[in-house]
Design a protein around this ligand. Structure first.
Ligand code: NAD
Ligand code: LMR
Length: 341
């Protein structure tokens, strides 16, 4: 009787020929690490990344529970090999050689909290993990999910600057859930399949900084002022609606894992050399006077290849942009000051 070995020991089991390799004939793939892999987002995201044919090696890192999550995910008969890493001493091995690092580590909101209320705890978590990235995989593309994204991306940038590894093309804040929500809600209002709808969402990822450009929806369409007001509020408050519905049990995890997997897949397709990969993301930017801003970016072999212009905004959107910029400027400054204090 052979007992299955724990997933973390798989590579040491001589009975299993090639258990640590991709299947013969599989296309070469990318190495992806998820930091915070045991969490509400981390687990379903690990599941989705294990299913992505562009991934050859999936590293799951957390400070708790990764042996169990890794053992579970490793039984999926998909191409990616999975390894688990537990706690700070294993961060080096978790990160070494990675092409893409996805960071959903950190605490989520409870009802009554803003995303900025998470800063106190999550800023330090993101700093530590990014210090690891700078040391052990400085060339990796980094996707930051941990909130408040408007501040955690500037924090990551400052950590990389200090370490001398900063490349703005490789640091991306994940705002895909705002686009996913916008596509869904606009699809519902227009009676369209949400998969056929594309709404650019610019600015940042909190309250009024989430700015859907309803004048630029694809396929082209028009809305009444009532619809614009309903949609803008629904998209800006989508996260809070989920936090309230979960009533203390956290924030969006499943839709977020879907959005993060969609964005990671776009980054990998870019690295792979696919043409025309465009997603909205919160990045170092010159499209406004702010140092960071979310807008459409084209992804390629080096990460961000091009930041697309905002296009024409209507009066309502221009007013929204001014409000968004004011709050964004403060959140960016708070993140920068946290590292340079
Ligand atoms: P969660 O509490 O369920 O999971 C977080 C995980 O992070 C836990 O497993 C925890 O052990 C781990 N963790 C904590 N400190 C760590 C460290 N130093 N190193 C590695 N792992 C660590 O929370 P969740 O629901 O998965 O949310 C995670 C974060 O994502 C929150 O900050 C939340 O606000 C944010 N979020 C962002 C978006 C977005 O659109 N960008 C959407 C949803 C949630
Ligand atoms: C979201 O938009 O769902 C996330 O940012 C989580 C939250 O706190 O709202």
């Amino acid at each position: 009787h052979l007992r299955p070995p724990p997933a973390s020991q798989m590579e040491e089991v001589s009975l299993l020929r090639g258990s640590n390799c991709r299947a013969k004939g599989a296309a070469p793939g990318f190495k992806v690490a998820i930091l915070g892999a045991s969490g509400g987002i981390g687990q379903p995201l690990a599941l989705l990344m294990k299913m992505n044919p562009l991934v050859s090696l999936l590293h799951l890192y957390d400070v708790v529970n990764t042996p169990g999550v890794t053992a579970d995910i490793s039984h999926m008969n998909t191409g990616a090999v999975v390894r688990g890493f537990l706690g700070q001493p294993q961060l080096e091995n978790a990160l070494t050689g990675m092409d893409l690092v996805i960071i959903p580590a950190g605490i989520p909101r409870k009802p009554g909290m803003t995303r900025d209320d998470l800063f106190k705890i999550n800023a330090g978590i993101v700093r530590t993990l990014c210090e690891g990235v700078a040391k052990f995989c400085p060339k990796a593309i980094v996707n930051v999910i941990s909130n408040p994204v408007n501040s955690t991306v500037p924090i990551a940038a400052e950590v990389f600057k200090k370490a001398g590894t900063y490349d703005p093309k490789r640091l991306l804040g994940v705002t895909t859930l705002d686009v996913v929500r916008a596509n869904t809600f606009v699809g519902e209002v227009l009676g369209l399949d949400p998969r056929d709808v594309n709404v650019p969402v610019i600015g940042g990822h909190a309250g009024v900084t989430i700015l859907p450009l309803l004048s630029q929806v694809n396929p082209p369409c028009s809305f009444t002022s009532e619809e614009i007001s309903y949609l803008t509020t629904h998209i800006q408050n989508g996260g809070t609606e989920v936090v309230e519905a979960k009533a203390g049990a956290g924030s969006a995890t499943l839709s977020m894992a879907y959005a993060a997997a969609k964005f990671a897949d776009a980054c990998l397709r870019g690295l792979h050399g696919d043409a025309g990969v465009v997603e909205c993301s919160y990045v170092a930017s010159q499209v406004t006077e702010l140092p960071f801003f979310a807008s459409k970016v084209r992804l390629g072999r080096c990460g961000i290849e091009e930041i697309l212009s905002l296009g024409p905004l209507n009066e309502f959107e221009r007013a929204g942009l001014e409000k968004a910029k004011k709050e964004l400027a403060e959140s960016i400054q708070k993140g920068v000051a946290f590292i340079n204090k």
